[in-house]
Design a binder for this molecule. Sequence first.
Ligand SMILES: [Zn+2]
Length: 324
Amino acid sequence: MRTSYAVGVDVGGTRIAVGLVERKGRIVKDIKILTPSAGPFAIVDEVIDLVQEVSAGVQDSEIAGIGVGLPAQIDFLRQSIEFCTNLPLAGIDVRALVMSRIRHQVTLDNDGNLAAFGESRYGAGKGARDFLMLTLGTGVGGGLFVNGEPYRGSRGLGGEIGHMVVQMDGPPCPCGGTGHIESYLGRAALGAKGKEVAASYRGRAILDEAGGDPEEITAEHVVGAALKGDEAAAQILMEAGVILGRALVGIVNLLNPKLIVIGGGIGEACPFMVERAAEVIGEEALAGRRDVHVVPAELGNDAGVLGAAALAFDEYDSREGLHR
Ligand SMILES: [Zn+2]
């Protein structure tokens, strides 16, 4: 039987979004709340409540399943959460807990993978068989599509583009490594850079964005000042664009993708940073690979929910032997 809806769940470090999604990608109903801080079971309870709320009034048989995106390293085959930096979910059997109270199949995946899934099915990656997506936000996430399928690696942990090394002995990364893309482009790294620049007169506009308190400076203040034309702030982001571009040169040389989609709160707010990265690829990638398109994501904050729903539809279809 062909189901009409799937529920997409996007659990983030700061908020949880849940949506009831049609096969064509229309979000019929959605709810967003702040992520509870009272421990893992409070998060799971909230997810269950929200799924029940968005799917109220819809027959069980019309729902393909539930996809859940988590900011975590997930062993996709075992559906186990191996590491989770921002939320206390490592080792918690979220799938079994949700399925103990809801009569639908639940599939977990990494949030970067699901954003790529969403863009692939409904957004900027539509029709592209080989592309990668990078989400620049609190962390730097990523997802990779090869031959029209998400590339997961041997245990399903693949696709962590944000933790590629771009600098030997570089700054520490929240994952415990050093010199990773996220050590330069994560929200914390850009905020720290903003603070550093704001300590001199050049960073006046950044300081003003933060209401004059240097301790309050975040990545958003750097972006805000740059969008208002401040040169020092723009320079921080252009340098970040060069680092991003250099990292992408390696990926372009290795995989020869057709398309690179840049999303996430920071990525979408900074088109000039993305353009700078594209320029670096144009200058530095090996010959024959430079025609890769670097484009902004199209789904914004909905990418996670839509990708989670797309995954749930695919899992349902493969269980039922249906083909897309
Ligand atoms: Zn890292």
